[in-house]
Design a protein around this ligand. Structure first.
Ligand code: G1P
Length: 299
């Protein structure tokens, strides 16, 4: 008997948020297009999906997000100019982006939250398992974060939620899991896995069931759509993905994988700056002079 669960082929990127935390930079530019070093934030997530074996990308957009579509499209004018000037390196960089993937876009017409954004992608996803990546969370890891999760999905056929421990003072910014004492399936995974008994969105520190915070990566069975349909507005008056996951965890086994890797919260200004510095330091072309510059900075 072949026990291999259906393959995950599609990745959904909710990108309809207003990006108010980065105003005025995001007044006329989507936050997903802010550059970390020289690449827009969303491209890090798309590259992670590709490196994990998923090349069917669904981006849930809203008003004012055209720059995302232009970014992943062919730019004839730019390619022509680079070609004429003989800038073959840059031409390759630009071409790789549009050749990279098959992208579909769907508009989330109302800002009703992350759960609603995922539900908006239902028609494009269909009745198959899929991944959700929150582009704000940039995860720098030797094995791509989504690949780590797909390894658990392929071994279990169950939904997998990425988590990392966070300090209690910041726990109320996250969805938090309540791990079940039940034994998790055996296997060689990138980090510890636990069965999820329950989840709660943005609890007060005193009410947090653990220190394991949901970071923005999910592998979900299509049963999540039925749960999302039934989910009422929750925290912040929004339809929360976490609330639908709670429902799903009661119906089917669901696992949390503690990701191996460095997560940057680029939706936060300090996190954005830290990501910029750390990613620049790792670059072959910039690392050395940038490190020397930082060392010479006077406190
Ligand atoms: C969302 C989710 C939350 C998760 C977080 C990870 O919250 O609702 O459960 O922990 O992403 O970044 P947001 O950051 O959109 O408020």
């Amino acid at each position: 008997m072949n026990l291999m669960p259906p393959r995950v082929r599609k990745a959904v990127f909710p990108a309809a948020g207003l990006g108010t935390r980065f105003l005025p930079a995001t007044k006329a530019q989507p936050k997903e297009m802010l550059a970390l070093v020289d690449k827009p934030i969303i491209q890090y997530g798309v590259e992670e999906a590709l490196a994990s074996g998923i090349d069917n990308i669904i981006i849930v957009t809203g008003r004012g997000k055209n720059a995302i579509e232009d970014h992943f499209d062919v730019s004839y004018e730019l390619e022509k100019i680079l070609e004429e000037k003989g800038k073959t390196d840059l031409l390759q960089v630009v071409r790789e982006i549009s050749d990279m993937i098959h992208v579909s876009y769907i508009r989330q017409k109302e800002a009703l939250g992350l759960g609603h954004a995922v539900l908006t992608a239902r028609e494009l996803v269909g009745e198959e398992p899929f991944a959700v990546l929150l582009a704000d969370d940039v995860i720098d890891a030797p094995v791509p974060a989504l690949r780590q999760m797909l390894d658990v999905y392929e071994a279990t056929g169950a939904s997998v939620i990425a988590v990392q421990p966070v300090p209690r003072e910041v726990i109320s910014s996250y969805g938090v899991i309540n791990p079940s004492p039940d034994q998790a399936p055996a296997g060689r995974f990138a980090g510890p896995i636990a069965r999820i008994a329950d989840l709660v969105e943005k609890p007060r520190p005193a009410d947090a069931p653990s220190d394991l915070a949901v970071v923005g990566r999910y592998v979900l069975t299509p049963a999540i759509f039925d749960c999302l349909e039934r989910t009422q507005r929750g925290a912040g008056g929004e339809i929360q993905l976490t609330d639908a996951l709670r429902m799903l965890a009661r119906r089917e086994p669901m696992y949390a994988l503690t990701l191996a890797g460095r997560r940057h919260d680029t939706g936060d200004k300090l996190g954005f700056l830290q990501a910029t510095v750390e990613l620049a330091l790792k670059r072959a072309d910039l690392g050395e002079p940038f490190r020397a510059y930082l060392r010479a900075l006077k406190p």
